[in-house]
Design a protein around this ligand. Structure first.
Ligand SMILES: [Ca+2]
Ligand SMILES: [Ca+2]
Length: 752
């Protein structure tokens, strides 16, 4: 080994040469293109704000939006991945929304990422977990996303809206008072006036069209020819029909539609409602009624055709669903009278009947998962009853529910199939069949959606009562812990590369000590940190100094309960760390310092120059060093942003700390060293560990870094490094990746 003084002299000469080089570089760079990419740190000059960070902090704000009237059984868990978790994405962080379903956090991620994947997770039952993944761009160091209502069940859909209006497309516009309108094929007649009269369609091919944009009443529709004509009520229009039988005319309503007495939809005709519709008596005779919005029927519905309800259908009286007729309910139907059912009925949402229900012989009822058919109690005196004589088929996955306030009679002709949950708190009054074992009683839970109110009790297990359901709780029996996050992510180690010559400028290789590391961070149901597990993997030592390595957490040691796993490898009896009984280094008030390696030299069994010369024998990596910090008091996540404050201690001299750029020294640092030799730290400006050219002694890379050979500049191994540095980190943010044209592999240490 060389004598220390001799080494210092050499270093001083190196330092002076660097300064001379710097002045030369300064002069020669004047007026030149700044995109020049030097391969030597002696010519590399960057500007002050840049801190050589390959990572950046981003603010996350994820809001889950619900309609105000809706409640959710559980909060939402948010997980953030570096890519699509369905492919190669790795978990970065996990947490939980607050009661307003907002999740906020500060996330430190590679600066090269322009997108993260957000998984919005909720549970319906112990066995039903819903994931909603979204790729969210990172804009101006922010990740903002608003999830609209997640819909495990059916939500209302308006379908394709194609309101033509009266401002374009009209072949003729009627704006003066008339009593009869005649419309022929290939005509689109727009009605903008106040009209009250008769409409005559003369159509053989169905291209005659009337668009209603005013407030109009049609007392009679005559159709000549075999074409099926169209009436469209525009968003601004109101159409009143008086006792109309719809034949050879389809009506589509985007505005207001009023059928003031009978309204009969005949064979093959279609009435579609995207606006507000009101009818007195609705008769569907082999035609189709599609309701995508609100449809109120003030008396009754007699259905011999097809009714498809995708939103809200309210009936003040009775619905009769005749043999061969169909009612498909995708959202909400509210019947104040009776439901007499002989045909086909499928329920995907919520149907509530205040009167009596008869599922008659031959009727077929299909119940979908998380649907609820409720026979309600409109008053304390009146209780709706159900009599089941037909087939009722539930789903195979999940359960369809029938809720009854009054009497339940299941007669001998009834057949029940699959998963049906019957909830009659008074019990079933008449049961003439054997129910299949898949029928349950008041077991299912239905969460609130746009269409369906919440029903039943959520039976989601939360054994430790920390508010995080067992299925989402990484620690289901520990109320203090709930989630696991990782840095840089679950599947990746980051790398710290140190130059140990500080305050002398290094050789640009920054491999005096190279250590891989990953943090696992455990948080509670308030997103506060309970534990940090640091896993450290020493990989190389180009040093000829006996260095040590530690990590300072910027929190008071009084908040720490215990640190496990410290292995300090004392060197010849000299241990530079004075370790308190809790496991942290003594002598600090504002930092909790984890002594990771007391002596890198002794870690490598008294070797220097380990794994940096390609031709020399590879020194196999030892077991990882795992240090577990357990806090006595949960710490707010934003107070502890990785990589925290890792540092190297130069040549067993505890007062010489080498940190990342602009990272504060600990209390044990000899601050008089700042500003000496090549160091240009300026405490008053918060600048630390910078050379005159603003170069660092330490760099963090968010992957397992293929570091350069000994005495080889990073910029000579990584061809985009200088461009990245000189652009202030705006160009070539991924310079350390193995991409075509990025590397000079002959300068990279090849063994692993
Ligand atoms: Ca729990
Ligand atoms: Ca827990």
């Amino acid at each position: 080994m060389r004598g220390k003084n001799k080494f210092r002299v050499i270093l001083t000469i190196v330092g002076l040469s660097a300064i001379i080089f710097f002045f030369n570089a300064c002069r020669s760079n004047e007026g030149q293109n700044s995109s020049m990419a030097p391969t030597s740190s002696s010519t590399l000059i960057v500007n002050t704000p840049f801190n050589f960070e390959t990572m950046q902090n981003v603010d996350i704000s994820i809001q889950v939006q619900f309609q105000s009237s809706e409640t959710r059984p559980t909060p939402h868990v948010i997980k953030i991945y570096d890519n699509n978790p369905g492919t190669t994405g790795q978990l970065i962080t996990s947490g939980i929304s607050d009661p307003s379903l907002l999740y906020t956090a500060v996330l430190r991620i590679p600066a090269r990422l322009d997108t993260v994947w957000v998984d919005n997770i909720t549970v319906l039952t112990d066995s039903t977990v819903f994931h909603n993944y979204k790729a969210v761009p990172i804009v101006a160091k922010k990740i903002n996303y608003s999830f609209t209502m997640m819909s495990p069940v059916i939500t209302s859909k308006a379908g394709s809206i194609n309101d033509p209006g009266c401002s374009s497309g009209c072949t003729r516009t009627i704006s003066t008072k008339v009593s009869t309108i005649q419309i022929n094929d290939n005509e689109q007649v727009c009605l903008t006036t106040h009209f009250n009269g008769t409409v005559v369609f003369n159509s053989s091919n169905g291209t005659a069209k009337l668009v209603v944009c005013g407030s109009d009443t049609i007392s009679n529709i005559t159709v000549n020819g075999n074409g099926i004509s169209n009436i469209i009520v525009s968003n601004s229009g109101t159409l009143t029909l008086r006792n109309i039988t719809l034949s050879k005319v389809n009506i589509t309503n985007y505005g207001n539609f009023i059928a003031s007495s009978g309204f009969n939809v005949l064979k093959d005709m279609v009435f579609s409602n995207y606006g507000y519709a009101l009818a007195d008596v609705l008769t569907v005779t082999n035609g189709t009624v599609n309701n995508y919005s609100t449809f109120n029927v003030t008396r009754e519905i007699d259905n011999s055709g097809t009714i498809l309800n995708s939103n809200l259908l309210q009936v003040a009286g009775v619905i009769v669903n005749n043999v061969s007729a169909s009612i498909n309910n995708d959202c909400k139907i509210n019947i104040m009278g009776d439901f007499q059912h002989y045909g086909n009925f499928s329920n995907k949402g919520y149907m509530v009947v205040s009167g009596n229900v008869q599922f008659n012989i031959g009727s077929k009822t299909t119940l979908y998962a998380q649907s609820n058919f409720e026979v309600a109690s409109p008053s304390p005196q009146v209780k709706g009853q159900i009599a089941i004589n037909g087939d009722v088929t539930g789903p195979i996955l999940g359960s369809g529910k029938i809720t009854i306030d009054g009497r339940t009679d299941i007669f001998s002709t009834a057949r029940l199939f699959n998963q049906i949950d019957i909830c009659d708190l008074n019990g079933i009054s008449t049961l003439q069949i054997t129910l299949p074992s898949t029928v349950t009683f008041c077991k299912s839970f239905i969460p609130a959606t746009y269409c369906t109110p919440e029903s039943g009790k959520s039976i989601i297990l939360d054994q430790d009562s920390d508010g995080v359901p067992d299925v989402l709780d990484d620690f289901p029996k520990d109320p203090d812990r709930a989630f696991t996050s990782y840095y840089p992510n679950k599947g990746t180690f980051a790398t710290l590369c140190f130059s140990d010559l500080w305050p002398y400028k290094g050789d640009g290789a920054m491999n005096s000590f190279v250590v891989g590391f990953q943090y696992k961070i455990i948080t509670n149901s308030k997103n506060q940190i309970l534990d940090i597990y640091g896993t450290f993997r020493p990989r190389a030592e180009a040093a000829a100094f006996d260095n040590a390595f530690a990590v300072a957490l910027p929190v008071s040691p009084s908040l720490v309960q215990n640190i496990e796993g410290i292995k300090t490898y004392p060197q010849g009896g000299k241990n530079i760390f004075k370790v308190a009984s809790q496991g942290f280094e003594s002598g600090h008030l504002n930092n909790t310092v984890l002594p990771v390696i007391n002596s890198v030299y002794n870690y490598y069994n008294a070797h220097y120059k380990v794994n940096v010369w390609p031709m020399e024998t590879f020194y196999p990596l030892s077991a990882d060093i795992i240090i577990h910090v357990q806090f006595a008091t949960p710490i707010t996540s934003s107070q502890l942003i990785p990589p925290y404050n890792p540092f190297l201690i130069h040549n067993s001299n505890r007062n010489y700390e080498v940190h990342l750029i602009d990272h504060l020294p600990t209390e044990l640092m000899d601050t008089k060293l700042f500003g000496t030799v090549d160091d240009r730290s300026d405490i008053s400006k918060g600048l630390y560990y910078r050379t005159v050219n603003n170069l660092p002694w330490v760099i963090e890379i968010p992957v397992s870094f293929d570091y350069p050979n000994a005495q080889t500049e990073i910029s000579a191994a990584y061809l985009k490094y200088s461009e990245w540095a000189q652009s202030g980190g705006t160009k070539s943010k991924d310079w350390y990746l193995n991409k075509a044209g990025y590397r000079n592999t002959s300068n990279i240490y090849p063994n692993k």
